[in-house]
Ligand binder design. Sequence first.
Ligand SMILES: NC(=O)c1ccc[n+]([C@@H]2O[C@H](COP(=O)([O-])OP(=O)(O)OC[C@H]3O[C@@H](n4cnc5c(N)ncnc54)[C@H](O)[C@@H]3O)[C@@H](O)[C@H]2O)c1
Length: 327
Amino acid sequence: MASTKDSAVVLGRYSNICVIGAGVIGASWTALFLAHGLNVVVNDLQPDIETMVKAALLKIAPTLHALGLPHQSLDRNLRFETDLDRAVATADLVQENGPERPEWKQQLWARIEPVVPKHALLLSSSSARPATEQGREMKDASRLLVGHPFNPPHLIPLVEVVPGERTDPKAVEEALAFYEALGKVPRVLKKEIQGFVANRLQRAIMREACYLVQEGVVTVDELDDIVTSSIGLRWAVNGPFSSFHMGGGPKGLESFFQHLGKNMAASFKVIPSVELDEKLQRRIVEQAAASFGRTPIPEMERKRDDAQVALLRTLSSLPAPDGESRL
Ligand SMILES: NC(=O)c1ccc[n+]([C@@H]2O[C@H](COP(=O)([O-])OP(=O)(O)OC[C@H]3O[C@@H](n4cnc5c(N)ncnc54)[C@H](O)[C@@H]3O)[C@@H](O)[C@H]2O)c1
């Protein structure tokens, strides 16, 4: 983990950030960047964007406070600029959080390429669109890569850093250093793959969760309870592989595969058929409305942030197996 002094040096290179698109993800990034003392220019065409972002900053402030970050008067270093050229003209780094449409992202990068400073890092929060595809219309895509956060970026540590075919390895190093300096846990993917890693895992679990509700095995709130009281707790401490390593006995994964490998291999071939049609969607929405859906979303978000902060604090106070700090 970078020392506070090292982080300050790294962040000093990116004091001017342009956030393009300030909805759910962009507003959360904005709060985190401002809390680290960076100047942020928001480019978003929604007429009430200023009110929305400022409301988001107020909502996020208690979480920043709990994380030990500055949380007052955050909007001191915040500016709004609807003219894209002017918004990126002095940026050291662009974090893009616009619509998840490949052609929109392609046009955006090609459009700003001639005006953004040559040294600027160009990072996309995209959940699924690779940098190679996004940069197709650019002459020089060497500074473009994906920096995919997990919602909400002001709180969840992971950032998937995914270079494209034309990304300069130096830009990857710079992105890693930047996110580390923000206290994130960036992980570089060795290959581009649609959906990256964390969302592919979520997708696999969500398919099975929808199947179990479709088949009437459990309701949505029962399924959520089962997850939070078992694999959710387990995976905050150990990933799936190290969990099964301990589940295998003295020889770990080797004996795990000896005992259960054949059954697991056979079960992998049986892919449940899920029809996430209107009927199943309605069932899920109705079951949610009758359980956790009764709680207003801002209240759920507050409780989520408080619990996540408590969890992060606890985990970071424990030594990891190699003696290093965990986070
Ligand atoms: N929501 C998530 O859980 C999540 C998680 C990680 C990554 N992402 C990715 O982040 C990006 C944004 O997702 P989101 O959930 O914040 O979406 P969102 O709809 O909440 O926000 C998108 C914002 O982009 C703005 N916008 C639209 N056209 C624009 C334009 N031409 N110029 C500037 N701004 C424009 C919109 O006004 C809106 O505020 C997507 O690429 C998505 O895949 C989302």
